[in-house]
Every structure is written in C-alpha cells, then in structure tokens.
Design a protein around this ligand. Structure first.
Ligand code: GDP
Length: 454
C-alpha cells in the first residue's frame, strides 16, 4: 500500500492563502486528526467535492483557521483520496500545519509525487504529466494555450492514432504469418506501405515542430545591437514596458540570469546579461569585431538597430556583415525623423527589415510580425499537438527510424517478418512516449523535474 503523502502545493512565501495537499488512502483520516470543522462534522462524513470551514490544531494547540476540501478516490487529481487544506499563507503557519499533518501519519511528498501518482493511477499519461510542468512555467499566451491543449490529451490522441494503425498492421502481419491454416486475408504490401508512410509523415511533422515549440515555450536568446544613440535602450524599454513576464525558479526551467523577458506576439525574447545587453552600446568599437561576431553567432536572434536619420557608416557596414547567417531583423529606428539611410543596402544584407519609432511605438506590430516570421513562431499553431520535451522527441525519432527501417525492408523485398520487427520497435517507442510501457528510471526522470507539492 502506498503511503499517504503531504506537501505545501502553493509557493513557499507570504500570501493570502497556502494550500497543503494530502493524498493517499488515509488522507481523510489524517486530516480529521488535525482539523475540526465548525459544523462538528468529521471530514470522513463528507462526500467528495465538498468543503468545510474549521480550525487546525496541533496536539490541542490552535494553529490556524482553514477550509478543508475533500476529494474521494478516484475523483481527484491523484486518483486517491485527497484533502486540501487552505490555511493562511504565512511561511511559519504553513510549515506548522504541514508538520502537524506529518505528525499525524502522512509522509513528505517527493518532488512531483502528486502528479506521479496521477500518472501511476492512470488519470493522465506521461505527455499530459509533462504538460503540467509546461503550464506552470509558461511565459506567454501561445506557450500556455499549447500546454493546456497537451494536458487535455492533444498529443496523446495524435500518438494513439499513429500507434493503433501500426498495431493493426503488426497484428495482421503476425496473425497471417503465425496462423497460415486460418483464413486470414493476405497482407497487401501497398496498404502496409501506405499505413507506414502515413504514420511516418505524422511523426515527421511532430519532430519538425519541436524546435519552434521549444522557442515559443522557453524563449529565444536575443541580442540588441547597434552603434551608440540609434535607440537601443529606448527600444528595450519600450519592449519590456509592453509586457514583462515573471521568471520562475522551477527546476528545469531556470536558465542563465535573465535581465529582461519580453513577450512579443507569440514569441518570448530573453534579453539577457549573458547576451551582453548592458555593454553592447558599441560592440564593434568596444569589444572588437571578432568578439562581437561570436556573440552574434551564438544567440538565437539579433535585433540590429539603425538610425533612419543618419547615413550608414563603417560601424553599420561591419555589423551588417556579421548578420549574414544569423536569424536577424534590421530595425530602422526613428522613423518619425527625416530618413537618409540607405535602406536598399540594408535589404541586400538582411531579409527582414522594419521601420519603427521606439519613441512613439509606430511600427512595433511590423517588428512583431518580422520576429515571428524569422523565428518560425508564425508557423506555430497552438492548436496542434507538439512535442514538449527532449524525452518525447527522442521517442518519436526512435519510432520514426524504426518505420523507415520497416519501409526499407518492405521495398527491399525482405521477408514480412523483418517488417514486423521494425513495426514492433516503433510501437514500443510510442508506448514509451505516452508512458504506457516505460521503465521506472524514465518515470523517475520525468517527475524529478517537478517541484515538491506538484
Ligand atoms: P542607444 O545608445 O542606442 O541605447 O540609444 P538611446 O536609446 O539612448 O537613444 C538615443 C537618443 O535617441 C535618445 O535621445 C532617444 O530619445 C532618441 N531616440 C530613440 N528612439 C527614437 C525614435 O524613434 N525617434 C526619435 N526622434 N528619437 C529617438
């Protein structure tokens, strides 16, 4: 029997309320040992999905007022009996209430253990579990909506479709090979080939979408460069003033120190110290062309800023030379002033060129479209299934490779046995993706990235 676990599910800190979650066979009995409702009713007398207001005690000493919500198995997040105690959100109070619960028979939940139990109890599959992390860490609308879709089973359904068509083919092949005396229709190689090709095309499109999905989700390391006084800081302030997101410390989502996280349309831009925002006033003069080039080449996006009211000079020319093979947008700023800049020359070097005024905000929409286009985010459809973790991508690639082997075996005139073996390999990889057949090590790996209480 699994032990009953407990943890604080809200962030540790001072807030209006904190929620302490208890899950397991004894959740309700344990909660009854610390919680006394004002109605006098025990929580064990309550139906699922009901709440009671009352007080929390530790060995007779009053700790806090709280609302207890009871969920009865299997109708809860974890699929087990769950009680959620909402008490006042002070760090001290919360830790005392948790301690009283632990003293009454619960054990501390491990990182991600509530979600892990939901997975083990069949409430959600592994892709949906991973989506929980993505919902929590989403920095922008597209990332959040996409993660919610995956949590609702969008990826699972897509994988299930591919998987069941492969299972049908593999089953037919096996039956036909193993029971020759039965009247099983011969396997049509054309139909088999068509099935495999369809499955391959779906897997390939998932693999192609992974990188774009990743940048939408995690953001793109972005560098703003340009000679002094072209308006880099003004642009930066304008962008960060428009929408600034909060950087979290959820394991797995932390990255280099982020100076500014800016949401531009569908794209999250990470304008970071490591990207050298603070000292890029004049990368060309100050740090030399070579170092500037290295920085430019290692980032995910460059916003190269020019001043429309000044002619291009040596600094601009050498900057433009650096941009040839880097995703970049030429931002011609100060469009409110008289333009003397050689736009055609810039266009000959950079494919995306936009005019803006960082002071008035004119042209920002064009900048957003250009950034979405150059980063591929314009193609990102939050309503389609996307792979959201490296683990999912690896499983998909494994399945894809196996299907390619199956096709080669088929086209190369090998026995159908060879095709069956490859099909089974592909199915196994997809079962691992959804978590239907997966090793303990992988499951542990997935949930160890969660925080305690989730
Ligand atoms: P940086 O050195 O590239 O960071 O440039 P700043 O952002 O400090 O801007 C230099 C000067 O240009 C400041 O006086 C800004 O107010 C002005 N400036 C920035 N953007 C615009 C713009 O779009 N139009 C006009 N007219 N002035 C601007």
């Amino acid at each position: 029997m699994e032990k009953t676990i407990a943890a604080v599910s809200t962030p540790i800190g001072t807030g209006g309320i904190s929620v302490i979650r208890i899950s397991g066979d004894d959740a309700v009995q344990i909660a009854d040992r610390v919680f006394v409702s004002v109605s006098g009713k025990k929580l064990s007398e309550l139906k699922g999905y009901t709440s009671a207001y009352g007080k929390v005690y530790d060995k007779g000493e009053l700790l806090d007022e709280a609302v207890a919500t009871v969920f009865l198995a299997p109708h809860s997040y974890t699929g087990e009996n769950v009680v959620e105690l909402s008490c006042h959100g002070g760090m001290y109070i919360t830790s005392q209430v948790l301690r009283a619960i632990l003293d009454s028979g619960a054990v501390t939940a491990e990182a991600g253990e509530f979600t892990k139990r939901a997975f083990l109890n069949g409430k959600i599959d592994l892709t949906e579990s991973e989506a929980v992390m993505d919902i929590i860490s989403a920095k922008g609308r597209a990332a959040a909506r996409s993660a919610i879709g995956i949590k609702e089973g969008r990826l699972r359904r897509e994988i299930d479709d591919v998987k069941s068509s492969l299972i049908d083919s593999a089953a037919h092949l096996s039956a036909w090979a193993d029971y020759p005396e039965e009247d099983i229709p011969e396997v049509s190689e054309d139909t088999l080939c068509e099935n495999i090709t369809n499955a391959l095309s779906k897997l390939n499109s998932l693999i192609r979408g992974y990188d774009i999905g990743k940048s939408v989700k995690e953001g793109i390391d972005t560098l703003i460069i340009g000679k002094p006084n072209v308006g880099k800081s003004t642009l930066m302030n304008f962008l960060s003033g428009s929408e600034k997101s909060i950087v979290t410390d959820i394991p797995g989502t932390t990255r280099d120190i982020i100076e500014e996280t800016v949401v531009l349309g569908n794209v999250v831009l990470l304008l970071s110290d490591t990207a050298g925002l603070r000292d890029t006033d004049n990368p060309i003069e100050k740090i030399g062309v070579e170092r500037a080039k290295k920085r430019v080449q290692s980032c995910g996006l460059v916003l190269a800023v020019f001043d429309a009211s000044r002619k291009l000079d040596e600094n601009d020319y050498s900057m433009l030379e650096m941009l040839s093979d880097v995703p970049s947008v030429a931002v011609i700023n100060k469009s409110d002033l008289n333009s003397v800049i050689d736009v055609d020359y810039i266009k000959s070097k950079v494919s995306e060129v936009v005019f803006i005024s960082a002071v008035t905000g004119d042209g920002i929409d064009n900048l957003i479209s250009a950034v979405e286009k150059i980063t591929g985010a314009a193609e990102f459809d939050e309503n389609t299934a996307v792979l959201s973790t490296e683990r999912q991508r690896e499983c998909t690639i494994c399945a894809k490779n196996a299907l390619e082997d199956a096709l080669s075996a088929l086209n190369g005139g090998f026995t159908l046995d060879a095709v069956t073996v490859s099909l089974e390999e592909a199915i196994q990889a997809l079962l691992e993706l959804t978590g239907e057949r997966v090793s303990e090590v992988v499951v542990h790996g997935v949930f160890s990235k969660f925080c305690v209480g989730k």
